[in-house]
Design a protein around this ligand. Structure first.
Ligand code: KIV
Length: 260
């Protein structure tokens, strides 16, 4: 049965704990530019993520490791100009948080560009960086499981939590981030049972991607959702529009009509 109950979308990060308590799933989508961010905000998405996935789906890089802090500032500022309601999370890019001091300085630059919160990839090993950010009063979002910034070291994108050791490590990472003051954490490509256990073990809101349904919310790369990047789409992402097809059609119609 289709529910007629429509949740009021999030307007402030302070509403996250209540959404977790009331078991009301959070919707999160990525945006890197003004029109997309404005449309997502108007559509009622709860949170907008300026993800470093922009390296692949906007800039044509092979992975996220070529994304710089300057790029993230540039795109965060564009999204900020568009968004009136949804809190905006910005990714700290590769090598921008190697020490606690660098993490705080980089986080501050993203906040100055208009972010409401920052996200970085990693668990227990990154707690000094997380503490530096949180203690400065900057809202922080974690990211554990498959870490796209580590894809070269790991030799590919792999599902996490398949062995008991990995499951224990993921739970330890999640608890450490929670203790350090994360308000939310992305669980990427984690086996669903571990994602569910993490969700029940932390105060922070869990936001899953390729981690099953038992998380506090879901995130997708908007290009995957609207079919704007036809050359690659992860298997868990259902395209609900065909922006690539429409763009090709409109461009070809224009070419035909202009050339007579
Ligand atoms: O960069 C990004 O878009 C992300 C999501 C996949 C969670 O981190």
């Amino acid at each position: 049965m289709v529910s007629l109950f429509v949740l009021v979308p999030l307007a402030h990060l302070s509403q996250l704990p209540e959404r977790k308590r009331s078991n009301s799933p959070l919707t999160v989508l990525t945006a890197y530019d003004y029109p997309t961010a404005r449309l997502l905000d108007e559509a009622g998405v709860d949170l907008i993520l300026v993800g470093d996935s922009l390296g692949m789906v906007v800039l044509g890089l092979p992975d996220t490791t070529g994304v710089t802090l300057e790029m993230m500032q540039h795109h965060t500022a564009a999204v900020r100009r568009a968004v009136q309601r949804a809190p905006v999370i910005a990714d700290l890019p590769f090598h921008s948080y190697q020490t606690p001091e660098q993490a705080l300085a980089s986080a501050q630059r993203l906040m100055d560009a208009g972010a409401d919160a920052v996200k970085l990839e990693g668990g227990v090993a990154l707690i000094p960086q997380v503490r530096a950010i949180v203690q400065a009063g900057i809202p922080f979002v974690g990211h554990i499981g498959m870490l796209p910034q580590s894809v070269r070291e790991e030799g590919g994108y792999k599902k996490k939590g398949k062995t008991p050791e990995q499951g224990h490590q993921l739970l330890a990472d999640a608890r450490a981030l929670d203790e350090a003051g994360a308000i939310a954490m992305v669980l990427e490509s984690i086996v669903p049972d571990i994602a569910r256990d993490i969700t029940h073990s932390v105060r922070a809101s869990t936001i899953g991607i390729g981690a099953g349904r038992d998380t506090d919310g879901q995130v997708l790369v908007t290009h995957d959702l609207v079919g704007a990047f036809p050359w690659f789409r992860p298997p868990f992402a259902k395209a609900r529009a065909d922006v690539a097809g429409e763009t090709l059609r409109a461009a070809q119609e224009y070419i035909r009509e202009t050339q007579g």
